[in-house]
Design a protein around this ligand. Structure first.
Ligand code: ZN
Length: 101
């Protein structure tokens, strides 16, 4: 049975509709792979389609946490990758393993 992943076309965060785009993303200037982006001003989350379905879902949660901190004006947290990653990973795992979705 193939793994079911759920990447919707858009997600509302704090009343703002974020468009979710699963697409090819070029490496950054340092040559590192990019898993995803959260573009706050355009309300767009981009997910790298060249990664596994599980990685895409994990990345979606990560980018959503960026959006949550932006929408709640927690600017001091929004670019803190360690914090964003910790909250995103745990949120993803809790939702999945407790069948909250
Ligand atoms: Zn990030």
């Amino acid at each position: 049975m193939s793994k079911k992943i759920n990447i919707p076309k858009s997600i509302k965060v704090g009343g703002v509709n974020y468009k979710i785009e699963v697409m090819h993303l070029d490496k950054n200037d340092d040559g590192n792979e990019i898993l995803g982006y959260c573009q706050y001003l355009d309300n767009v989350i981009q997910i790298n389609e060249d990664t596994s379905p599980e990685r895409q879902e994990q990345t979606l949660y990560h980018e959503l946490v960026h959006a949550i901190f932006f929408e709640t004006s927690n600017n001091e947290f929004q670019d803190n990758e360690k914090l964003v990653d910790s909250v995103g990973l745990m949120l993803h795992q809790i939702v999945k393993n407790n069948k909250l979705s």
